[in-house]
Write a protein that binds this ligand. Structure first.
Ligand code: FHN
Length: 606
């Protein structure tokens, strides 16, 4: 995908996310719902944790190549990136005859992977409906030689094999029907028209059709632009009544929050506490099939992602892009089967679990169910001793999930937490699960960040404590940063333990677009100790020496995603102990402070 596309798509998602913070209630369209009712409605989805996303449409025919040229975008965007005229793209219908499509086989692939639901594109941005629509003849039944409704067949197969079904529907972007939105603007006169007309003649009738004619559990909206005002979005939201119990995502637009947050292609550092969320992700680098995209994720990455997501309380919606003949690529099938083998043994550590009580674990992840902790050991300890840092509960049993005999593993308690004696060989090289049965709810002493071997203190966005409502951690992996810093009263802080005191250079990694440059901020470091004061024993944090302050001014780095490192100054930490570092804006002349990726304290070599 080009940088431009990424930018466009992320700004559309931002519209959806920011809009969801607006105080609008979906109750204009749907009756209010009690927590208990909502919990009941969401129960199967929370239990499922793992689903299959399917991007399948006309774009599978060109498969990334147009008139002999490879088009540099995700497969399903070929019409937009290649600026293909509507009448030329339409010609693909004659070649779309997916005779190898077998709904039962697709569902079996998902089930064998351990997936509990499927979400398939019923209409993507190219405007082509993959179901038999009466609202537009531009659909697979009426416009192709296939003359079948694959989504009807899929619904029947899902019912037969006991798996939930959801449809993706591109309600706003439609590059075929006049008036539909197009990111980057229309490139063909045939696309021009009234958006309201498009909504009332295509989107609304088609959404009615899918909600009425298919047994949907999920409706997955996508890419609302500014055109999706509250009033327009409400017309679509009102249709959701047609399918009681339906779950929808946060991409309708118009301030409708939906039921689920939808981080795309990344795993949020801390999940979204208090919200249901689902990371959608490609198996290679495209959603729709591209014949030459072979950048497949390894089975190890997929299993680690699944455990990581479950450990943060989310679902994993993993995409496949079937071919124009109707087959899921063999490379996808192989990987899904491998994940399925792992799930067949370790499913109980994923299904119906909730987020880890540990902020971070040095050897992997954890999930939990009442009375049980599932320790996902990615890095099997060489000496066989697995310390569970900070766990205060009494462990009543410990065994490997892979061991059906539940052979007891020895547990030794210490101040640092219990240590489990593991066998020399990991039962699974990628992720072996140790079950701890515990009394009461997990009680974990928060673990402080510590210095690395080389004495560095790495304070990353994901580790920060965020104070305020606007700023939050965004992006994923190495690109994770504190963004949406639009309120100058908001600030961030980190607590950490110093065991190797000394002088440190303070390095800040941040980004800022030109129009927002000029904010000023202070970085304050204070050492703290715990004291007990007052009548009752209460922990209280007090400063033991005046804080050290460095100040900085945010320069433009060229864009919100152009991160640069700067040295802010030097600080001295004269003794071992607990420290708190905070970053607080002092001036914000424009709309935002910065995107802050990390602060690193580097020991100064004397
Ligand atoms: O533009 C689409 C893209 O093609 C794909 O469908 C993804 C899946 O989440 N959603 C949009 C980008 O956010």
């Amino acid at each position: 995908m080009s940088a431009m596309h990424k930018l466009l798509i992320s700004s559309i998602i931002v519209v959806a996310t920011v809009a969801s913070a607006v105080d609008l209630t979906a109750s204009d369209a749907l009756p209010p719902e009690a927590k208990q009712e909502r919990d009941q409605r969401m129960a199967w989805w929370r239990e499922a944790r793992f689903g299959m996303f399917i991007h399948w449409g006309l774009y599978a025919v060109p498969a990334g190549t147009w008139q002999g040229k490879q088009i540099p975008s995700i497969g399903e965007w070929i019409m937009n990136t290649g600026k293909i005229p509507v009448s030329d793209y339409e010609q693909l219908t004659a070649q779309f005859n997916p005779v190898k499509f077998n709904a039962d086989q697709w569902v079996a692939i998902a089930k064998k992977a351990g997936m509990r639901y499927i979400v398939i594109t019923s209409k993507h941005h190219d405007g082509f409906a993959m179901f038999h629509s009466k609202a537009s003849p531009y659909n697979i039944y009426d416009a192709t030689p296939f003359k079948r409704d694959p989504l009807k067949e899929l619904a029947a197969a899902c019912k037969k094999q006991g798996i939930r079904l959801g449809f993706y529907y591109s309600q706003c972007q439609d590059w075929h029907h006049p008036g539909g939105e197009a990111c980057g603007g229309h490139w063909d006169k045939a696309q021009d028209g009234s958006f309201d007309h498009y909504l009332s003649t295509v989107a609304i009738p088609q959404v009615k059709e899918i909600l009425t004619n298919y047994p949907l559990s999920v409706l997955w909206w996508d890419t609302p632009t500014g055109a999706m005002t509250h009033e327009r979005s409400a017309k679509l939201a009102a249709l959701l009544k047609l399918r009681p119990g339906l779950i929808t995502n946060d991409r309708l637009g118009g301030g409708f929050p939906g039921d689920t947050n939808t981080p795309e292609q990344f795993i949020p550092a801390t999940g979204y506490p208090g919200r249901d969320w689902e990371t959608c992700m490609t198996l290679n680098d495209t959603w729709g099939f591209k014949s030459y995209d072979t950048n497949w994720k390894s089975t190890e990455t997929l299993i680690h992602n699944l455990a990581d997501i479950a450990s943060k309380g989310g679902n994993y919606l993993l995409n496949v892009g079937p071919t124009a003949e109707g087959q899921i690529p063999a490379a996808s099938v192989e990987r899904l089967a491998a994940v399925g083998r792992w799930m067949a043994v370790n499913g109980p550590s994923i299904y119906g679990t909730s987020a880890s009580p540990f902020k971070k674990l040095p050897w992997g992840r954890a999930t939990q169910q009442p009375g049980k902790l599932f320790l996902h050991v990615f890095a099997w300890p060489e000496d066989g001793n697995l310390l569970v840092p900070g766990l205060k509960n009494r462990v009543t049993a410990a065994y490997l999930l892979a061991d059906t005999d539940k052979t007891a593993l020895p547990v030794t308690a210490s101040e640092k937490g219990p240590t489990i004696k593991l066998p020399a060989e990991a039962p699974d090289k990628i992720d072996s699960v140790v079950v701890l049965e515990i009394q009461n709810k997990p009680d974990v002493e928060p673990q402080l960040l510590t210095q690395t071997q080389a004495g560095l203190v790495e304070l990353t966005a994901g580790e920060a404590v965020l104070h305020g409502d606007s700023l939050h951690c965004q992006g994923g992996g190495a690109g994770e940063n504190i963004g949406f810093w639009t309120n100058p009263k908001d600030w961030a802080s980190w607590e950490f333990q110093i065991d190797k005191p000394g002088k440190f250079d303070v390095q800040l990694t941040f980004a800022c677009e030109p129009g927002s440059a000029g904010s000023e901020y202070e970085v304050t470091l204070a050492d703290e100790k715990l004291s007990t004061k007052g009548l009752r024993l209460r922990k209280r944090v007090v400063m033991t020496q005046p804080g050290q302050k460095l100040s900085g001014k945010v320069e433009s780095t060229g864009g919100w995603d152009k991160f640069v490192d700067i040295k802010l100054g030097t600080i001295t930490i004269s003794q071992s102990g607990r420290q708190t570092l905070s970053v607080k804006p002092t001036k914000m002349p424009h709309g935002a402070v910065m995107n802050l990726q990390s602060i690193v304290l580097k020991p100064v070599k004397l």
